[in-house]
Design a protein around this ligand. Sequence first.
Ligand code: AHG
Ligand code: MN
Ligand code: MN
Ligand code: MN
Length: 335
Amino acid sequence: MSKVVTLNEFILDRQDDFPFATGELSRLLNDIALASKIVNRDVNRAGLVDILGAQGNTNVQGEEQQKLDVIADEAFIKAFENGGEVCGIASEENDDFVAFESEAAMNGKYVVLFDPLDGSSNIDVNVSIGTIFSIYRRKSAIGTKATLEDMLQKGTEQVAAGYVIYGSSTMLVYTTGKGVNGFTLDPSIGEFCLSHPDIKAPETGRLYAINEGNLNRCHPGLKDYCEYVRQDDPSTGRPYSGRYIGSLVADVHRNLIKGGVYVYPSTTNSPEGKLRLIYECNPLAFIIEQAGGLATDGKNRIMEIEPKRLHQRVDYYAGSKQMVEKIHECLRAAE
Ligand code: AHG
Ligand code: MN
Ligand code: MN
Ligand code: MN
């Protein structure tokens, strides 16, 4: 049997990747792993204890908050607040960003932006859900309170990003800008173990993920693309297969491993798109690009968009390079 490498060991081994590193980023990644184990435990017990279903509140996104949205949000915030590496956070579930007030936290170098539980609508029906995170170096001075400017940085400034998928197994996938690595939680020892070293997204694939129910409400080029994927052409593997889970993390993870494209365009109902730039699109774009794929708003690189607001939404086209390029072609042709 080959040697098992735990996430902890892997992070320590990679510490030299960061010149002048003091180990804070490594500790922060470990805090995330710990919080995700707590959420994983709760997700696993969800049918047994009373944590399924709606919380009874609407969040700032206008969505009905699920109990697990709130549980996951609190678990991650607590981990960041107590860890001492993070001076503030912003989360999909909170109206405003949070600047931690303890002296230790104010000395933290980093901010984390996150979607505590992605795919909320799938919780009650036992379908994969996830957590998405994005780490930035703060802009404000160390020792002071975090500011909005710390939160509103371009995706290109991310120092690390990743996701956890609570699926048939639980995985943590992350990048610090030197490739993408995936770790599977071994529940018998409670450790994430390296299972997917150096993930590379296939250049092309035959899976497409789009909520086709929205087709009449979005850019006409997408109708043309959906026609294209249905045509018979063995040389390109068409017809492609439609796969849409409705949990961004799970759809992106599958496409990363198997090759595919994920599309969430703006619609007449959501003219700015549905997915959130800083909590969902940027971190996954960093992962996808590091794996060799593309993530755009239909024209421009997601990570180069200047965020103007915390909960800003954006059109999202992400996955295997050639497939995203083909969609760009359809969008341009229909303009
Ligand atoms: P969240 O559960 O974090 O609010 O995210 C939901 C997102 C994303 O996970 C998913 O891909 C998309 O919403 C699904 O939207 P539709 O139901 O409109 O297809
Ligand atoms: Mn939500
Ligand atoms: Mn989400
Ligand atoms: Mn969410």
